[in-house]
Design a protein around this ligand. Structure first.
Ligand SMILES: C[S@@+](CC[C@H](N)C(=O)[O-])C[C@H]1O[C@@H](n2cnc3c(N)ncnc32)[C@H](O)[C@@H]1O
Length: 293
C-alpha cells in the first residue's frame, strides 16, 4: 500500500485543474563538477536512486541478450549502465553522453569495477550519425530524455533510435513524466532531502519540472517507435513513462538470483520505493516479474 503522502499526491493529480509548465533544465548537458558529484553519489549503490536503478536494470535485462551490442543514450556517470553491464558480461555496451565531465566519471567507475564490456563515446543522442541504420541490437536510456530542449528534439531522438535499432531489437527507454501540479513535483523532489545531497534535491526538482508530458511521449512514440515497443506509464499519475519492446529472453536463473539478492540487500525504505514502482507500473501495464518478492 503506498504511503499517505503519495496517495495525497495522486488525489491532487487526479483532481487539479493546474497545468504546471515545462521548464527547461538549467544544465541541459550536465557539466558542472559539483552537480555531477552529487548525481554520482545519489546513484551509486546505497544512494537514493538505488531502487529505481535496480528496477530499470531488471527491465533492461529482459530486452538484451548475450553477444549483442546495446547503446545507452545519455549514460551520464554510468550508474545505471555499470549495474546492467556487470550483470550481463557477455553483452557489449556503448554509453553515449554529451558531457565530458560525466564521461570522465563514467570512465573512472567502469575502470574501478574492471568492466571490459563497456565503451563510452561523446555524442548527441538526437544525432546518432556514428551508427549505421539497423546496426544496433538494443537501445536503452534512463531518466535522461527530459534534458532535451524541446518536443522536436524528442522526435529527432526517437527517429534516430528507429533508424539505428535493428528490426526485432530490444528497447527500454524510461524517464519522468510531467506532473500537473507544482506541489506534486515539489513533494517528490523533496521526499528524501534528508538522505541526499542538497544539490541532488535541486537537480531532481529541475528534472521533474523539465519532464515531457505523457501526451508528448505518446505522439513521438506513435510517430517513430510504435513497431519497436509499447508505451507505459505509472498508474494514475505519469511519474515515470517507459517504452519497452517485448521481452526477448527468459532470464537465466543465475541472473534472476543476482537481481533478487540486490533487491533483498536494499534498505527497507528503498525496498518500499521499489514496491511502489512495481505496483504503479504493474497497474499501468508493465510487469516486473524478476523483482517480485
Ligand atoms: C540525469 S542524467 C541521466 C544519466 C543516466 N542515464 C542515469 O540513468 O543515471 C542526464 C544525462 O543526459 C546528458 N545529456 C543531456 N542532453 C544530451 C544530449 N543531447 N545528448 C547526449 N547526452 C545528453 C547529460 O549530460 C547527463 O549526463
Amino acid at each position: 500500500m503506498p504511503s499517505l503522502p503519495v496517495l495525497r499526491v495522486l488525489a491532487r493529480e487526479l483532481l487539479t485543474a493546474e497545468r504546471a509548465p515545462r521548464i527547461l533544465e538549467p544544465d541541459l548537458v550536465m557539466d558542472d563538477p559539483h552537480k555531477v558529484a552529487a548525481y554520482v553519489q545519489a546513484g551509486r549503490p546505497g544512494g537514493v536512486m538505488a531502487a529505481v536503478y535496480l528496477f530499470h536494470c531488471a527491465q533492461i535485462c529482459e530486452v538484451i541478450q548475450p553477444g549483442e551490442t546495446v547503446i545507452d543514450l545519455a549514460c551520464g556517470p554510468a550508474n545505471q549502465l555499470a549495474l546492467v553491464a556487470q550483470l550481463n558480461p557477455d553483452t557489449r555496451f556503448i554509453g553515449i553522453d554529451l558531457s565530458a565531465e560525466m564521461l570522465g566519471r563514467a570512465r573512472a567507475y567502469i575502470a574501478e569495477l574492471g568492466l571490459k564490456n563497456v565503451e563510452l563515446r561523446q555524442g548527441d543522442i538526437a544525432c546518432l550519425d556514428g551508427f549505421d541504420a539497423s546496426s544496433v541490437d538494443a537501445v536503452t536510456s534512463t531518466v535522461a530524455l527530459h534534458h532535451l530542449p524541446s518536443v522536436e528534439h524528442l522526435h529527432r531522438t526517437f527517429a534516430q533510435i528507429a533508424r539505428v535499432l535493428r528490426p526485432g531489437g530490444g528497447l527500454y527507454l524510461v524517464d519522468f513524466g510531467h506532473l500537473k501540479a507544482e506541489k506534486s513535483i515539489e513533494y517528490f523532489a523533496n521526499q528524501y532531502r534528508d538522505r541526499q545531497p542538497e544539490l541532488f534535491t535541486l537537480d531532481y526538482l529541475y528534472s521533474l519540472r523539465a519532464a515531457f508530458r505523457l501526451a508528448d511521449f505518446d505522439v513521438a512514440h506513435a510517430a517513430y517507435l510504435k513497431h519497436a515497443g509499447r508505451l507505459f506509464s505509472t498508474f494514475l499519475a505519469p511519474f515515470f513513462v517507459a517504452i519497452k519492446s517485448p521481452a526477448r529472453r527468459q532470464l537465466p536463473p543465475e541472473l534472476k538470483r543476482q537481481l533478487a539478492t540486490a533487491r533483498d540487500k536494499l534498505p527497507l525504505h528503498h525496498r518500499r520505493d521499489m514496491q511502489d514502482l512495481i505496483t504503479f507500473f504493474r497497474f499501468g501495464g508493465l510487469g516486473s516479474s524478476a523483482l517480485r518478492a
